[in-house]
Design a protein around this ligand. Sequence first.
Ligand code: FAD
Ligand code: DHB
Length: 389
Amino acid sequence: MQTQVAIIGAGPAGLLLSHLLHLNGIESVVLESRSRAEIEATIRAGVLEQGTMDILNQSGVGARMQREGVVHHGIELAFGGRRHRIDLTELTGRSITVYAQNEVIKDLVAARLAVDGKILFEVSDVSLHDLQGKTPSVRYTQLGEPAVLQADFVIGCDGFHGVSRPAIPENPRQDFQRSYPFGWFGILVEAPPSSDELIYAQHQRGFVLVSTRSPTVQRLYFQCDPKDDVDNWSDDRIWSELNTRLACSDGWALKEGRIFQKNIIGMRSFVSTPMQYGRLFLAGDAAHIVPPTGAKGLNLAVSDVRLLASGFEQFYRDGRQDLLAGYTEAALKRVWRAEHFSWWMTSMLHNFADASPFQQQLQRAELDYVVASRAAATALAENYVGMQF
Ligand code: FAD
Ligand code: DHB
């Protein structure tokens, strides 16, 4: 099989790139190791930056997001038994939308299939070849049969554990990383929302995030040992821990309900450079990971793809390669800003077991400053809604 752009991975990065290329008359094939049902059911991110919403709307896949997503104009920071509002819109003129990543995936898959876009699900043994030449290829197996996809370019959108990044040799590749000594325990709950806005809570027993999915389904996360097991956490133990960490002097309380999903995720910061090697380009989690505290991962995947789509548009329109050649530098500028913000939010809001009393006081001083100073609150807000392109 032959195409212009071979895309590995049908996550937000791969699917959106395929969609944007199609709008520019560029053909692509997406190879995905999982089934359509699996990718559409994987529960992950929930927060879309204004720039992410804009690109989904402008490219014609935002209709359901506009109907079902909920625009939020602020977030709350809770600590010391009190809640403090950060007014995102007043401070930045921008807002965020809460709309689940798997809903974005459903919308993008539907848009690709509606125009006969090629997504090959459940492929295995994917490997990349001839990346330094003008005719790179991807080998894979589908339904037990080996196959080859030839293309002008290969785009690795296959997430952190994919095969694309390791296809770049150790020289010139350079990886930067930091892992955190905690994870997030995530639950989905059948209940009405407890709050109109997301609550990021710091407590000596650990961080809590109160988020939402719909008027009837809520998403909550709490800091846990990354090696813990969901089976150690009965529903009663989860509610008791959440209520302790969220205890507030104004009488606000969580609305409880039936917990129907539990999972634990590890947390790391990671950046790999360069994001281009010959005719291979990396986008999204394949090239970088942030801890989820700043809600940046999906949004960074979208901003990478935006750059790549412009680069390919320029290449196929008038044969110029300058945007593609500048991809690593342009993408990494935004990536490192988000890396810093996500690390900062994580450090400010989590409980570090080895923190000295001095460090604990510094953490509290920083939280006090962020909610008391308009300048500090604005710095948080402009990063949270997403820096302007
Ligand atoms: P992925 O979504 O990982 O997609 C990669 C795809 O490639 C997958 O479908 C995978 O099956 C496929 N694949 C892998 N290997 C191969 C292979 N060898 N061959 C073929 N296919 C392959 N981000 C935010 O912006 N906001 C948030 O609120 C937020 N919250 C989060 C909460 C949680 C609990 C988690 C885990 C993450 C969160 N993130 C958030 C991060 C966000 O989910 C990721 O950054 C995002 O999914 C990255 O998209 P991607 O397309 O780069 O990679
Ligand atoms: C959600 C996830 C995040 O990482 C975050 O910062 C905010 C919301 C969510 O899944 O709803």
